[in-house]
Design a protein around this ligand. Sequence first.
Ligand code: FEO
Length: 402
Amino acid sequence: MYCVKNVTPDLYYVGGSDRRSPLFEAAHPIPHGVSYNNYLLMDEKTVLMDTADRSVAELFFENIARALNGRELNYIVVQHMEPDHSASMGHALRLYPDARIICTAKAAAMIKQFTGIDVSARARLVKEGDTLETGRHTLRFIMAPMVHWPEVMVTYDETDHTLFSADAFGHFGALDGALFADEVDFFRDYLDEARRYYANIVGKYGTPVQGLLKKAAGLEIARVCPLHGFVWRRDIGKIVAKYDLWSKYQPEEQGVLIASASVYGNTANAAGIVAARLRDRGIQCALYDVSVPDPSYILSEAFKYSHLLLASPTYNNGVFVKMENLLHDMAAHTLANRTVFMIQNGSWAPNSAAGMKAILEGLKGFTFAEPVLTLKSALAAGQADEVDAFVNAICESMGGNA
Ligand code: FEO
């Protein structure tokens, strides 16, 4: 049965949440689910914003029918063609054969690629600033290429000041009955999943996100309706500020993400000792064993903190494989502006620090700090002074905390 909610008196939420799929994009764990959002504007003309993921398609079509209440569907606006928003596109095109498609030229080509359906006869291709009059509302289309695919645009309702923001401002996590971010304690309970979504899904595209933020800054915005997660109608500036930091690759907090790789526990022991000493000095730390959590969680923490401490044994004369995978992921997401400290371990020829540096050294604004703490099999009691110097160097690089 349908589950429709009002965003405004004539704008309906017709999307749904998936709480059963283990992975998003077949890659990222979503233990709290994810929502696929759609909105239906009931003006003199009716307008559906995007189609939906396969997992929520049945509910999506029930919701549209309920909200249309017997009226025709006049327009389908296609902001993004990634299949988490378009897997049901083919069915929607057949179910509503008279609906005109509003999209970019790139999106029209992707509709053909994904569905085999040529929409050229029923599509209106839009460019930056084009508008659609629907009666009381005027929708303006704003190009947002690479946020997060090249065909992406967002839509601004000039009448009610609603920004339909596509993937931007989305987050992991199902909507547990709530629709608006102000119905929950978002910054306590959802921010980590918003950052993990940003870092892993959009993180590589900081410059395009900055471009979109600059365009959005010129708009009066009463609410933001993303394709995932809550609708924003209060505290919009707070989530925009987070996006601004993330897309500039600026840290949210002074602190150290400690990513520790360890085959038999000796490198992890050294990482744990350094974490304890840093905490004694009042430094915020987050410590992960890279073999355990999904890398998406650690990448997200790398976007949060100012400093990275990477600890790895030497493995096949290189970097331990789990750490290697994490660092390649970090490089692929073009993280920038971080200070990196390293611990390396090796029982006969320690050189994992050089291997870690080689993976990351092309990233903008990365500083590889000295000293490197080197273990031969395990941290030795005689290395107490070296540990002191290492902890001191981290503290000094953070502005000389006590
Ligand atoms: Fe939610 Fe880029 O798709």
